[in-house]
Design a binder for this molecule. Structure first.
Ligand SMILES: Cc1cc2nc3c(=O)[nH]c(=O)nc-3n(C[C@H](O)[C@H](O)[C@H](O)COP(=O)(O)O)c2cc1C
Length: 406
């Protein structure tokens, strides 16, 4: 059964130069079907107008205790506090962070925070010295201890001219943190390591062998697992899609590089994953020798051939190394170009030979570079399921469901 995410977001916007960026976040939420009610502080209204927000979210904006935004039978700030599934403050000033921590309630936003039982997510934006000031740090720490979550500000050149931490986090990053707050956290406390993208095997300093993998499938797996509460590590080759922000990313280039990073992270240290999902399209072959000089035409003649070597089989080596322990759970992806019988036979063969728990199969023509896919999921108990063509985010959730069921 599809898990229902809660969908009611109260978005508080306070008086930072980054206030205009909250329009992007509001738009993103509305486009994804979330209900949004916005509360503007007095200072925020110096940076953006209620009219702009109303046009974006399609409903009145809360600005004043004494002039309700919408007809309501009750007291507006209590209605809004009760309505919220999550309260997000983005951007959050140093001032509002301090006042929430002190339990003040002299503005609609502060009163809503105090009256609501919904979780609070804060995305600060301010001058680096304001952020690093012991007073601000103390308020952040104390709020975290009270269960309030923060989206860390980014580092960079700030509007005030200083360089350092204090830039409002990217809207998409805040969006995925909101989804994580609203989702059923059925992967909470689980560490999932996902690989994605192609690998590159160098021929010479200019050229390489690679494949059409964009990295989308693994990125969606990483995002959805994050939203379902998991701690996620994404080991990725050179992807053509953006890798997601709220997730620890480990970039690699070659199959050997990926193999080495995985062996270290999967079997060593105290941060071992509970599950590994190999969605990367690892190059099966690599040039026998990498030329240190660019290969050139000599008197109009091109090199006749490039000798290839079999590459390391990462999935099989993970399966072999975990042995009988069956830990971590091991999920592999396989891409084929033949017919369905061949694909299913290949999935069952790989379950056995690579000693995986789940194999996910798809066809090259339906998988590479697209936002959608169609997959078959085969598990070690002999269960086979088809997920008909749908967005990769939905496929990702089906794969995660089958891991949980196992
Ligand atoms: C031009 C300008 C830019 C400001 N930018 C920020 C900011 O980015 N972060 C911040 O914490 N305060 C900033 N402030 C200060 C806040 O607006 C001020 O503390 C205000 O009282 C915050 O009220 P509020 O938290 O109710 O919105 C700025 C002030 C001005 C005049």
């Amino acid at each position: 059964m599809e898990k229902i995410e809660k969908r009611r977001v109260v978005l508080g916007i306070t008086g930072s130069v980054a206030a205009y960026k909250s329009i992007d976040l509001a738009r993103l939420l509305v486009a994804r079907g979330y209900e949004v009610r916005v509360v503007l502080s007095d200072s925020a209204q110096k940076f953006i107008t209620s009219a702009l927000i109303e046009a974006t979210v399609g409903r009145g904006v809360v600005t004043d205790f004494w002039s309700p935004a919408e007809d309501s039978e009750g007291i507006e700030h209590i209605d809004v506090a009760d309505w919220a599934d999550v309260i997000v403050i983005s951007p959050a000033t140093a001032d509002v962070i301090a006042k929430i921590n002190l339990g003040m309630a002299d503005t609609p936003l502060l009163a809503i925070c105090l009256a609501s039982r919904a979780p609070i997510l804060i995305a600060p934006a301010m001058n680096v010295n304001m952020l690093e000031h012991p007073a601000t740090q103390k308020h952040i720490k104390e709020l975290e201890e009270k269960g309030v979550s923060f989206v860390d500000p980014a580092e960079g050149v700030l509007a005030c001219g200083w360089t350092g931490a204090g830039r409002l986090a990217d809207s998409k990053e805040i969006f995925y943190h909101i989804r994580r707050k609203l989702s059923v956290p059925d992967l909470k406390d689980k560490h999932i390591l996902i690989t994605t993208g192609p690998t590159r095997e160098s021929i010479d300093p200019v050229r390489f062998i690679s494949n059409r993998s964009s990295g989308k499938m693994g990125v969606e797996l990483a995002r959805e697992a994050f939203c379902r509460g998991a701690k996620v590590t994404l080991v990725h080759g050179p992807c053509t899609v953006d890798v997601p922000y709220p997730i620890e990313c480990v970039p690699v280039i070659t199959a050997e590089d990926m193999h080495q990073k995985l062996m270290e992270r999967v079997f060593e240290g105290d941060n071992k994953p509970d599950c590994v999902i190999m969605a990367a399209a690892v190059a099966d072959f690599k040039p026998k020798q990498e030329s240190s000089q660019k290969l050139k035409k000599i008197d109009g003649t091109v090199p006749k051939s490039i000798d290839l070597l079999e590459n390391v089989d990462i999935l099989a080596s993970l399966g072999a190394k975990r042995g009988k322990s069956l830990s971590p759970i091991l999920v592999g992806f396989a891409v084929e170009t033949g017919d369905l019988d061949e694909l299913l036979a290949e999935l069952r063969r790989k379950l056995e030979t690579k000693k995986t728990d789940i194999m996910v199969g798809n066809f090259a023509s339906e998988a590479f570079e697209l936002d959608t896919n169609r997959v078959w999921i085969v598990d070690r108990n002999g269960k086979t399921g088809e997920v008909t063509t749908t967005f990769k985010s939905r496929i990702a959730n089906k794969v995660l469901d089958s891991i949980i069921k196992l």
